[in-house]
Design a protein around this ligand. Structure first.
Ligand code: PMP
Length: 284
């Protein structure tokens, strides 16, 4: 695999980042994951805009312009001949060569790393045909989940808890309300209305969430952005999650309770179709 590090395209075995890099020592880094379908980037614009916002919220310098970022993404997809898969981007604050809680001077060069992941069958996945089983866990993450930092230890532990319980993923709960999934935004559908938590610092502002809600509105579906409990979701007709890497994923079981007939619901299936079709048509 060819990867990108700070201006260079290199074999992955030759790519290097300093052990003092603040991404490594302090999780002082932000990231984006963009999906690739038909060899093209899905919603690059949305990811580029969110990246700029994450960097700004952390007073981190931009590594390059949006045009340069697009060029790097497209070149890496081409070099690795990816038809379906993901492209991961990470920007860290870099380092001035020592470990210090205080940020290095503002002219320290950020570290920019990108790599691709080849995933044939991403769009037409078995997982999406079966639907996901989720468990609920407490949300003990920090209070700025709207910034897409690489502090993913708790979400990673959440996935392990799900696995141990025979499920696929976990939805997190804070103050009695569902925040989001470990790596996706969460929704349920009751009597034809789609319910999801409103945007705030408590959840990541999903790029897929924004696109799917727009498409749902265009399809005249009813949407309520409000806080909801896990019990409401368990009593729902159907549920689903959204993320750049899994698009719209039906949820068929919550904490061992089957939703509907235990198969992906009609609204989740329809939204997945619409999302894939429109996103493919707009990919670059
Ligand atoms: N919430 C969290 C916590 C996530 O990690 C992700 C995926 N990175 C999402 C939501 C979904 O965001 P997006 O649609 O931009 O992938």
């Amino acid at each position: 695999r060819t990867v990108y590090v700070n201006g260079e395209y290199l074999p992955e075995t030759e790519a290097k980042v300093s052990i003092f890099d603040r991404g490594f020592l302090f999780a002082d880094a932000v990231y984006e994951v963009t999906s690739i379908l038909d060899g093209k980037l899905i919603d690059f614009e949305g990811h580029a805009v969110r990246l700029e916002r994450s960097l700004k919220e952390l007073d981190m310098a931009s590594p390059c312009s949006k045009d340069e970022l697009l060029e790097i993404h497209q070149k890496l997809v081409e070099l690795n001949d990816i038809n379906e898969g993901l492209i991961y981007l990470q920007v860290s604050r870099g380092s001035d060569g020592d470990r210090d809680f205080v940020f290095p001077s503002a002219d320290t060069k950020p570290t920019l790393v990108l790599f691709t992941q080849n995933k044939p069958g991403l769009a037409d996945s078995d997982a999406s045909r079966k639907g996901a089983k989720v468990i609920s866990i407490e949300d003990i993450r920090w209070g700025r989940r709207d910034i897409k930092t690489v502090q993913l230890l708790y979400p990673s532990m959440g996935k392990m808890m799900a696995k141990a319980a025979g499920a696929d993923d976990a939805w997190m709960i804070e103050d009695g309300h569902v925040t989001e999934g470990t790596s996706n935004n969460a929704y349920f559908v009751k009597d034809g209305t789609i319910v999801t938590r409103p945007l705030s610092n408590d959840i990541l502002h999903g790029i897929t969430r924004k696109a799917v809600l727009r498409m749902a509105e265009e399809a005249q579906m009813k949407i309520e952005e409000r806080l909801f409990t896990i019990d409401e979701a368990k009593e729902a007709d159907e549920a689903f999650t959204t993320s750049a890497s899994a698009f719209v994923m039906p949820v068929v079981e919550i904490d061992g309770q089957q939703l509907g007939d235990g198969t992906p619901g009609p609204i989740a299936k329809r939204l997945r179709e619409i999302y894939l079709e429109e996103s493919r048509a707009a990919a670059i």
